[in-house]
Design a protein around this ligand. Structure first.
Ligand code: NAD
Ligand code: ZN
Length: 360
């Protein structure tokens, strides 16, 4: 039997450090095709009117477009943005820069792909369906945890499914890691997105797909998460370390897979629009059967930081609605196989999943 070796693309360039955002101007200068080929900055609208916007190195015909992260990215939204960029710039852009959390970074990746590929972005949801390289794109995270800054996917809600555009062209060409940009994230959101990273580590390290490559990143990310969430670091050290935990957590799942929490969280998100970080937390707290040590640590962290998770989310759902979530969750086959092995179908039944959703 032929072994399938993944030939995994990595981010080829990265800067790290407090204040490194200010290196962006010179980084982009060398990538400007000419003065009529603008850079398009997609920026989380939480920064509208804030000091950071004044530091964006927009010159010539560059465009700054503010994006709301209230809802997760949609294929339709990507298509509208691509059309807007085409209409508003005289020449094909020099590149796209995404400044924000997983939501804005995923949009930036998708827009960069779609500026060079035909049709609707929904056509490319899946694995390796993108035909032509994307335009130059830069990711600048302003909240830490998703690993979207290193991954080769951009997760989009499409007309039929919530699924990533997984391709070698998705990965950013450049990332700027400036931990100071995460200053100002609310405590709840810090916890939700940070726990996304923690859960990436637990699911990767306890999965059947684990290998030395994933383990080396997963263990480092897990160690950093423990320091950030259980020790008493200075705020500055904590921001630095969580940013690197996110990076390593993302690298860890790149060469393996996520697991039970992500599969169930996708169902919640598809039906109810529950956002990724919160959805993972809502599910993960009830997974002691699958991840006993991880869930115990999660609860310790939650109590230490006095986070109260919403309750009764699934209280009034119909059987049809439960079934929709269950179908979405069960369709994530590689996640189940990673979590439980090839025989996963013997223990994971619709009734089992319903009993977990009913607790949320
Ligand atoms: P997010 O981007 O949705 O942002 C969450 C909230 O934090 C928003 O209200 C946003 O405005 C706010 N925010 C961001 N930075 C801030 C700052 N510096 N100060 C104050 N507020 C700030 O959150 P997220 O958890 O980073 O991203 C979730 C998204 O990432 C989901 O759409 C999910 O599907 C996606 N995701 C993608 C990958 C991938 O590999 N591509 C992996 C995991 C998750
Ligand atoms: Zn995740």
């Amino acid at each position: 039997q032929e072994v399938q070796y993944k030939n995994f693309p990595m981010v080829p360039r990265v800067v790290f450090g407090k204040g490194s955002f200010d290196a962006l101007g010179s980084i982009l200068m060398s990538k400007r095709k000419h003065s009529d080929a603008p850079f398009i900055f997609l920026v989380d609208d939480v920064f509208e009117g804030k000091e950071l916007v004044g530091r964006i190195p927009a010159i010539f015909n560059d465009l700054i477009i503010f994006i709301s992260a209230d809802e997760e990215p949609k294929t339709e939204q990507v298509d509208v943005l691509v059309q807007k960029v085409k209409d508003d710039s005289m020449e094909p852009p020099s590149g796209i820069v995404g400044i924000g959390g997983g939501t804005v970074m995923d949009l930036a990746k998708a827009v960069a792909i779609m500026l060079n590929n035909e049709g609707s972005s929904s056509v490319y949801q899946g694995w390796d369906l993108v035909k032509k390289p994307s335009i130059y794109h830069v990711g600048i995270p302003t909240i830490s945890g998703t690993g979207a800054e290193v991954s080769r996917t951009t997760v989009l809600l499409g007309p039929e499914k919530k699924l990533g555009i997984n391709s070698d062209y998705t990965t950013f060409d450049q990332v700027v890691l400036d931990p100071d940009l995460t200053y100002g994230v609310s405590k709840n959101q810090w916890f939700y997105t940070g726990m996304d990273c923690f859960i990436h580590c637990v699911e990767s390290l306890n999965g059947t797909y684990l290998n030395a490559f994933s383990q080396s990143y997963g263990e480092k990310a897990f160690e950093l998460c423990k320091e950030v969430f259980l020790d008493d670091l200075s705020p500055c050290e904590s921001r630095d370390k969580l940013m690197m935990a996110s990076w390593h957590g993302g690298m860890s799942i790149a060469y393996s897979q996520v697991g039970v929490a992500h599969a169930l969280s996708y169902g919640l998100s598809y039906l109810l629009g529950v956002k990724h970080g919160l959805g993972n937390c809502l599910v993960f707290q009830h997974l002691e059967e699958f991840y006993p040590e991880g869930v115990a640590m999660f609860n310790t962290i939650r109590e230490k930081h006095e986070i109260r998770l919403p309750e009764g989310i699934c209280a009034n759902l119909s059987d049809g609605e439960f079934n929709t979530m269950i179908t979405v969750a069960l369709s994530m086959e590689p996640l189940w196989e990673n979590a439980l092995g090839k025989q996963w179908r013997t223990s994971i039944t619709p009734a089992k999943l319903k009993s977990i959703y009913q607790k949320i």
